[in-house]
Write a protein that binds this ligand. Structure first.
Ligand code: S3P
Length: 181
């Protein structure tokens, strides 16, 4: 039985390759919530892929579109949502504070080795790695970002777990921490 009960949006953050989209979709199913992926919404709004946005307009332009979209969902009436955000979104202070005020934020914490294994299979939709050596850039991003991800309300260690195990752990933590709000 799930005791978790909250009128707040659930936001999933963490590095590229940490599983936010897959976990988010399945968590939403389990909690009977709608699922939104910020990257998909940014893409839809601009009618361009993430690669095309980076390529044609640059990262800053992408970040401002991403911020706008995430704010829109945080401030929307429908709170019955699981929202997976792009790996860089939680680094922006204003956005991070808004997310932490308006939602329950969950950091999917994956180790360097886990991320490297997953990203090795697919970096073609991840423009931050273009022109860089994956191993070096990945470590750099982890070093820059971990201190911000740690500011999420909950942390889930996803290493060595399948989606079902990750969902189980998320629900355990939600049950424990958010059964009355
Ligand atoms: C980014 C992560 C990507 C996407 C963009 C930038 C990042 O999303 O938003 O390529 O800065 O970490 P995912 O984390 O969903 O791959």
């Amino acid at each position: 039985m799930i005791n978790f009960h909250s009128k707040k949006i659930i936001v999933l953050t963490g590095m590229m390759g940490s599983g936010k989209s897959t976990v988010g979709k399945n968590l939403a199913l389990k909690l009977k919530r709608d699922f939104i992926d910020s990257d998909l919404e940014v893409s839809k709004a601009s009618e361009l892929s993430i690669n095309e946005i980076f390529d044609q307009f640059g990262e800053e332009y992408f970040r401002s579109g991403e911020k706008k979209i995430i704010k829109k969902f945080l401030l929307e009436k429908n709170k019955n949502l699981v929202l997976s955000i792009g790996g860089g979104a939680f680094i922006d202070k204003e956005l991070r504070n808004l997310i932490n005020n308006k939602s329950i934020s969950i950091w999917l914490n994956a180790s360097y080795d886990t991320l490297l294994k997953r990203l090795n299979k697919n970096t073609k939709n991840r423009p931050l790695f273009f022109g860089h050596e994956l191993k070096v850039k990945l470590q750099e991003l982890i070093d820059q970002r971990t201190k911000y991800y740690k500011l999420a309300h909950l942390e889930i260690d996803v290493n060595g777990l399948h989606v079902s195990g990750i969902i189980e752990n998320i629900i355990k933590q939600l049950d424990r921490n958010y059964n009355k709000t």
